[in-house]
Structure formats: C-alpha cells, structure tokens
Design a protein around this ligand. Sequence first.
Ligand code: TRP
Length: 451
Amino acid sequence: MRGKRVARQQWSSSLMFVLAATGSAVGLGNIWKFPYLAGKHGGGIFVLVYLLCLLLLCIPIMVAEILVGRIGRRNPVASLEILSQLSGCRKSWRWLGTLGMVAGFLILSYYSVIAGWTLSYIFKTATGEFRGHDAEGVENFFIEFIASPRQQIVWHTLFMTATLVIVAHGIQGGLEKAVELLTPALFLILTILMGYALGTGEFMHGALFLLFPDISNLTAETVLAALGHAFFSLSIAMGVMIAYGSYLPNGISIIKASLIVAAADTVVAIMAGLAIFPLVFANHVPLTFGPGLIFKTLPMIFAQMPGGTLFGGLFFVLLAIAALSSSISLIEPTVAWLVEDKALSRGMACWLSGMTCWFLGLGTVFSFNIWRDLTVFDKTFFQGLDFLTSNLLLPLNGLMMAIFVGWFLRHKLTRSELDAGPVLFACWWLLIRFVAPGAVMLIFMQAIGIL
Ligand code: TRP
C-alpha cells in the first residue's frame, strides 16, 4: 500500500483543477435540488443557514480533503491510510475513505435517475411538446412521465452509460475541454432565464422569499437539511475532493482554488433560485412541490417565451452536462480504488461499479410509481436514500474528516502543504479543529433528537 505504484496523471493547470472541481460541484444539486429544498424549508432562512454552513464548515473541510489527496496522491482509501501512517495513528482511518465511497455510490444511483429525467426533457422541450399547455398541462406531463418505470429506466440507462464511457476513457482530454466550454454557457443561459423571470412581475416576491430570512421558520430539520445540502452541493465528504486533489500539481493554492469553486457553486444556486421562484409565485405552484419543481416550472417558462423551444432544449442539454460532470466525479473514487488497490483494469472497474449502481437506481425509479406507497419511517425508497446520504452520511463523513485533519494529521504536514499566510492558516486551523467538528456534531445530535 505504501509509495506510488501507479504513475499518476495530473491536472494540466490550476485552472483545469478549478474547472473540474466546479464541474463536480455545479450539478443537479444547484438547479434541481436547491430550489425545491429552499421551497420546502422556508426560503430565506434555509439559504442563510446554507451559506453559513458553506463558509464556516464546508469550505474548511473542502480544503482539508484536497490537502489529504495532494499529500497522499492516491485514491481516498489509500490516501487516508498513508496519511494516518505518516502521522503515527491508526490505519483504520481508511474506513473513512470507504464510507465516503459508499455514500457517493448511493448518491449516484439516484442522481442518474434524475439526470435521466433531464435527458428526456431535452427532447420534450426541444420538440415543442409543452407549447400551448398551461401550468396544469405541464404538471400532467411530469406526473405521467414519472408514473412510467419503462421511460425512466431507458433514460437512466442512457445517462449511466454516458457516465461510464467517459470515466472508462479517463477524464482528462474530453472532460477538461467540455467543462471549459459549458460552464460559461450555463451561466449565460441562467442569466437569460433570470432576465425572463424579472419580467413576470413576481420577481421581487421570489427574491424576497429566497433572500429574506424569516427566523420563525427555523427548525432543527431545516438546519440539518441546509447542512447536508451544503456538503452535497460542494461535492465534499465522500472522497471526490481527495481523488481530485490527488491529481493536483504542487504549488497551487488549495485555499484560493476552494474559495473560487465554492463561490461559483453558490452563484449558480442563487441564480437558479432567482429564475425559478418568481415563476413559482406567478403560477401558484405549491412551494412543497418537491423533486418535480423545476420539471414543472421551467418547461412552463419555455412554453411561453419566444424562442423557448430552442432555449429550453439548450437549457436541459446544459443541465444534463452539468449533471454528467458531477456524476463522473461521484464514481471516480470507487474506480480509482478498484484500479489502484484491487488491480482491476479501468474499464472493468467502471463497468462493475456502474452496473451495480444502475441496478440500485431501479429502486429510485420504482419509488415514483410501483413502490410509491412502500414507505419506511414515512419515506419512499428515494426519500430514504436521499436522507441517508445527504443528511446522515455526508455530515458524518465531513465530521470525521475535520477531526482527522484537525486533530490527528501531523501539524508539520498540514503547515507545509497549505501555503497560506499565518493569519489565513490560523483561521482555517480554528475552523477545522474546533468550529467544524463542534457545529456539525451539535446540528447532528439536535436533528436526530439526542439534544
Ligand atoms: N455536487 C453535485 C451537485 O451539486 C453532486 C455531487 C458530485 C456530489 N459529487 C459529489 C455530492 C460528491 C456529494 C458528494 O449536483
């Protein structure tokens, strides 16, 4: 396990790392999940807690993960093992890498199903299927669509195959180029949509709902949801950033790169919210519409706006690509681990993990139709999986990572790897050692009812 057996590729520049990490962070979480969670959890208060979690807890943990990857220069499991040995502590910290990989795997199983919805909506929008339909008509399309396991399975299979083909070919050439072009395009289209929402007359209502916190909506559940989503949206706490950090050349500032990624991720989420909530209010869509929220509101905009067929098609293409640059990152740690530690070929590793994940995804597909009434603790399969991963596994993994880096990793290693000035370093150190573990633990215990 020690030393580097495999010659490792590296990102060609710090820009490429930032783009790839942004590609991983910006995905369905920002445009699909953020608006429906904000809608469900009281708008502004959710956003405020989310931003606080991001700044005080998640960015420091992101820095910690990239750092672990760059020192270890291996997959997450091996990197953690190497680092714990270098720091003279137990090798069992490698389990933290395993836990993260499992979380990523579970997330990808449902992520691929929702990304499949996006693929299907490219065609529905671009062929003008929604034209001339009112809010109810568009909603009916969605309801019929998720009632069909067959349609969803086809799109889920397509999306998973696309992910696997890219990962099997290595991510650099194709992906570095794709992200370079598509990230600016996504920003551009989101700006156009926001401009459109500005004209609905409900822009202020939407903006106030999203940006003005109402403290009376604050509950333990909201705080846990915001914390979990901050982890989800930044792609941390499951080894992705360790894996991506392990390809990062020396001499690039980890703190600066993390801040840029977090800022881009937040801006996209807020823009998506500002484009969607004015429409939600203008069309009386219930705030609690859940996972279908954007699949109802966005086609509605496109059905009404001039050039909507083109813009709509394009928007869902970009969303699918944003999802793709995230899904490849979700599976990369597992693939890297199978290749480096289990001596599988990259192709074999991809197909083995991808097929298993695809199979698990069927549970999510069925939870919207034939298993809709099958609930445990009032949650369907999809809801249970999402709760388990976003609200339990991610915070738990993030907590352990903060403890490992803050308390166990040899200080000399951290200090030499993070080329930050003394003040910046001290801030990060305080956050990772005390604030992040303390806050995550408190939120966690409060939400599961121990406190
Ligand atoms: N961050 C991505 C999104 O917002 C999803 C994602 C990619 C992710 N990699 C991850 C979530 C790792 C948690 C952990 O859509």
